[in-house]
Design a binder for this molecule. Structure first.
Ligand SMILES: [Zn+2]
Length: 360
């Protein structure tokens, strides 16, 4: 196991890989997907364990995107294959279906330009996850790009925080609340407050670890305007953009999953869901594995949100989700929960949000 205290070199050795795309928050190192020690799901046999858990697939929702982009990056590696083994029959969790409207709010443009080397969030350290227990619960997502890559305004708004948090508390309405888990966290950071409010709440976008800041508090900016450049200030161990969405208050306790706010890359869709225990409690730190449907091929797994008491990460006010897959190629997928009998087939469509619920 990798620990947060290990050095980069130790992590490389531990992972047995030769390349690392990213880095970190609190001693975090992100491995390239191809080299990441993906946990392979055990699959249920062709004959589904009995009784079969109920999975409700909520209708997908068509967006009216107002942004057009031309992504140039290579798609997320999807050629990971796995040897599949039958899953022992388990007693499914008690199920309870609670109808819930899903209203997507893909309001935000992408924070890095179309020619940036990486335009999608690093899959190994998504919002609410811990890199399989090795790191602090993540309150944002990482866009791993070289130092100097421009970071862009994701919407029209005003700059409410711009500076270095090495010795200062810069967030909150008074500019005196800690921005991250502690001071000395994000280094050079910018927080943009959108002009648009969400159910009466303010929406903020945070850009952390910048090498350069181009704006000042009070500046008005338009979507796509350059706010600064990617760097590795603060506790970052390598260059990347830490991107965060905050709803209501500009502080570390009010984050949300950016994947549910960023417009999907052109031609891609989002798959999100809620895994609970049937009593309404979210299952934390479970592994949700994604497979291409035909032929059934393991792609990668992500964690459901973990508990973080300092302070917690948050589900969307309307969705109540605890996992989300970003920027998927449209098509049919199978979602299986590792070591649990939950499985379902879903269709992902370009520009849409598909939402699934397990366990209720
Ligand atoms: Zn981060």
């Amino acid at each position: 196991m990798i620990t947060a205290n290990r050095t980069l070199a130790q992590v490389l050795v531990a992972l047995g890989i030769g390349s690392v795309i990213g880095c970190c928050i609190g001693g975090i190192v992100l491995a390239v997907l191809a080299g990441y020690p993906i946990v392979v799901s055990a699959l249920s046999p062709t004959s589904t364990p009995s009784p079969t858990p109920t999975v409700r697939v909520l209708p997908t929702i068509t967006l009216a995107p107002t942004l057009t982009r031309t992504p140039t990056f290579a798609p997320t590696p999807l050629d990971v294959s796995a040897t599949l083994t039958p899953l022992a029959t388990r007693t499914p969790l008690a199920l309870r279906a609670t109808p819930k409207p899903v209203t997507p709010h893909f309001w935000l443009a992408r924070p890095v330009p179309p020619n940036a080397p990486t335009q999608h969030p690093a899959l190994t350290y998504l919002y609410g996850t811990t890199a399989r227990g090795d790191y602090d619960v993540h309150h944002g997502v990482e866009f791993v790009n070289p130092t100097g890559t421009p970071v862009l305004a994701v919407g029209d708004g005003v700059i409410v925080t711009a500076g270095n948090d090495t010795q200062q508390r810069l967030c909150g309405d008074d500019g005196k609340r800690v921005c991250g888990r502690d001071v000395n966290f994000y280094g050079n950071l910018v927080v943009l407050q959108l002009d648009r409010a969400y159910n009466g709440q303010r929406v903020f976008a945070l850009y952390g670890h910048l090498s350069k800041i181009n704006v000042n508090v009070g500046d008005r900016v338009k979507t796509g305007e350059i706010l600064g450049e990617v760097g590795m200030t603060g506790i970052a161990l390598g260059p990347h953009l830490h991107f965060e969405v905050r709803v209501g208050v500009n502080d570390y306790a009010h984050t949300r999953n950016p994947i549910l706010w960023l417009v999907p890359l052109n031609g891609r869709g989002v798959l999100a869901g809620r895994l609970s225990d049937g009593k309404g409690n979210l299952q934390r730190g479970a592994i949700v594995n994604l497979y291409r449907a035909e032929p059934e091929t393991f792609l990668y797994g992500i964690e459901t949100y973990s508990r973080d008491d300092a302070p917690p990460v948050n589900s969307d006010d309307e969705f109540g989700e605890n996992f989300a897959f970003p920027d998927l190629v449209p098509g049919d997928y199978i979602v299986r929960v590792h070591n649990q009998p939950y499985a379902t087939r879903v269709t992902v469509e370009a520009g849409k949000l598909t939402f699934i619920e397990f366990g209720q």
